[in-house]
Design a protein around this ligand. Structure first.
Ligand SMILES: Cc1cc2nc3c(=O)[nH]c(=O)nc-3n(C[C@H](O)[C@H](O)[C@H](O)COP(=O)(O)OP(=O)(O)OC[C@H]3O[C@@H](n4cnc5c(N)ncnc54)[C@H](O)[C@@H]3O)c2cc1C
Length: 498
């Protein structure tokens, strides 16, 4: 029996935690703790009662069971690179952070079956490198790949640069092991492509942002490694041209367009200014630019003629004649391609150094992107004169990171904050008008919780609440994130600049 049902953990509870994870599993140094309490953009919303790093699924299970018994709330955590305030505490002192960082083993690589089994705390880049060492490929690729962990990628259903061809993280999963909110371990670590035995439980946990359980292991799909890759940086006259260019490219590349990223001149300007070693791929300034990649798993043909680069060159020459492309450069080697990608992946980092700005992670059906940009820019400029829209992102998936820089002269984040609220409504209402999504790939976390309630139908909210209540009846898993079971519960949101 629990000593008492508590909300703020007692010292007796903390002692029990230490017994489970040992001294090595308790993070006590103030600076180390601050890392776990602060989101990637540098905002702290709450304080943790404790930060623990269990070293095995047994320890995770024992910690979660203890918390359930005592009614103590848990924030599961990976690499703390999430962008919606989901992986950090939002309350003051009644949550513990449960970091998966020490569950970091690759358990199995099977190149014949094209699978890899990993623990949740393995860093994404390690998974990519391990696949490459076996002449295989793990396609999930994003700017935070050197520090985000697969458990975090799964829990946010991360997208990134290759969704157009391979799908998002959900599409990479064959099986999961999950510690349920009462501490039981669900072993769903099956490497099956086909399994129609009732509800697909693993899909509940993917994208749940730690609100339904703690993912501890995963069986992932891996793929043949692309060997013939062509990467181009293009200037296009308008988003409509980019759409036409992409539609044709899919045919010209035998449906091997692996990425199609939109870059806005204002965003590029910030990157060149703030990120050392970056330079413009093209001469001059172009409002709309595209980073496009084609990949084939066949080796580069000896004559080069039928290779991806030659085919891309021929296709782009035709597009220039039709006026779909104003200027273009195709990477001549891997280093140049890497440099293009470095620019693309530095958008979020550059944003940390720029004037006040805000960002919306939205999606609409891909063919609606040009009309959406036109309508959204017009509405924002009418409501906030001088606002500087710079939409960019995974255009090939219909996913834009709709960024706005504050009007020239606005230097303080606090001064810009009320405008962000105005833009929230403008952008999200526009998304609703275009039948889109207010979160394409980053999730809901704490900062979009009220927006989710505003835009999802009552039926959808009822179903989500029923799932949450069924799996987590005590409400201990990551409260204040994604969905409130009780709509009158206080919400801590809005302090994060998007
Ligand atoms: C520079 C940069 C670029 C990015 N680019 C992209 C991009 O292109 N596409 C994209 O989709 N996202 C992108 N992101 C955001 C993205 O969500 C994260 O990078 C990543 O998926 C989160 O992983 P993490 O390990 O850091 O998770 P955290 O931030 O630690 O946690 C994220 C969420 O997952 C939960 N969680 C973490 N681990 C577990 C677990 N084992 N079990 C249960 N719940 C868990 C947390 O509670 C939280 O709700 C980017 C972020 C940055 C900083």
């Amino acid at each position: 029996m629990p000593d008492t049902l508590i909300t703020t953990p007692s010292s007796a509870f903390l002692g029990k935690l230490r017994t489970i994870v040992g001294d090595k599993g308790m993070v006590e140094d103030a600076q180390a703790r601050a890392f776990h309490e602060t989101d990637w953009r540098g905002f702290t919303m709450g304080r943790a009662a404790a930060v623990v790093k269990p070293a095995s699924v047994e320890e995770v299970s024992a910690v979660v069971a203890l918390c359930s018994e005592h009614g103590v709330k848990i924030v599961p955590q990976g690499g703390v690179t999430g962008l919606v305030g989901a992986g950090v505490p939002v309350r003051d002192g009644d949550e513990i952070v449960l970091s998966l960082a020490r569950l970091n083993r690759i358990l199995d690589v099977n190149p014949t079956a094209y699978t890899m089994t990993v623990e949740a705390g393995v860093v994404l880049q390690t998974i990519q490198e391990t696949a490459a060492a076996h002449d295989r490929y793990f396609p999930i690729s994003l700017g935070a790949q050197g520090s985000c962990m697969i458990g975090g990628n799964l829990s946010t259903n991360a997208g990134g640069a290759t969704v157009l061809h391979y799908g998002n993280t959900r599409a990479m999963v064959l099986g999961l092991e999950v510690v349920l909110p009462d501490g039981r371990v669900w072993d769903g670590l099956r490497a099956l492509k086909k399994d129609n035995t009732g509800y697909d439980l693993k899909d509940l946990f993917v994208g749940a942002e730690g609100t339904l359980g703690v993912i501890t292991k995963a069986v992932l799909k891996i793929f043949p490694r692309p060997k013939d890759v062509a990467t181009a940086w293009l200037a296009v006259p308008a988003p409509k041209a980019a759409l036409e260019l992409l539609a044709g490219a899919r045919i010209a590349a035998d449906d091997n367009v692996t990425s199609c990223e939109l870059v806005h001149e204002l965003g590029l300007e910030g990157i060149i200014k703030h990120i050392p070693g970056t330079q413009r791929p093209l001469q001059g300034r172009h409002t709309w630019q595209i980073l496009m990649e084609w990949s084939s798993t066949r080796p580069i043909p000896e004559d080069g003629e039928s290779g991806m680069r030659a085919r891309m060159e021929a296709y782009l020459a035709g597009c220039m004649e039709k006026g779909l492309v104003d200027d273009a450069v195709i990477a001549q080697n891997e280093a140049q391609a890497r440099a293009f990608w470095h620019i693309r992946e530095s958008h979020a980092e550059a944003g940390r150094h720029s004037d006040p700005a805000c960002s919306f992670d939205i999606s609409v059906a891909v063919e609606k992107i040009p009309a959406f940009i036109e309508a959204c820019n017009a509405a924002a400029e009418t409501a906030v004169p001088g606002i500087r829209p710079r939409p960019m992102g995974h255009m090939g998936d219909g996913n834009l990171h709709y960024n706005f820089s504050a009007p020239v002269g606005v230097k303080a984040r606090a001064e810009f904050a009320p405008t962000v609220k105005v833009l929230d409504r403008i952008v999200h209402d526009m998304v609703a008008r275009f039948d889109g999504s207010i979160s394409a790939e980053h999730g809901i976390g704490s900062i979009k919780l009220l927006e989710l309630e505003h835009y999802r139908s009552q039926t959808e909210l009822d179903v989500m609440r029923a799932i949450k209540k069924a799996l987590d009846p005590k409400g201990t898993m990551n409260p204040g994130k994604v969905i409130r079971v009780d709509p009158s519960e206080a919400v801590r949101e809005g302090t994060l600049m998007r």
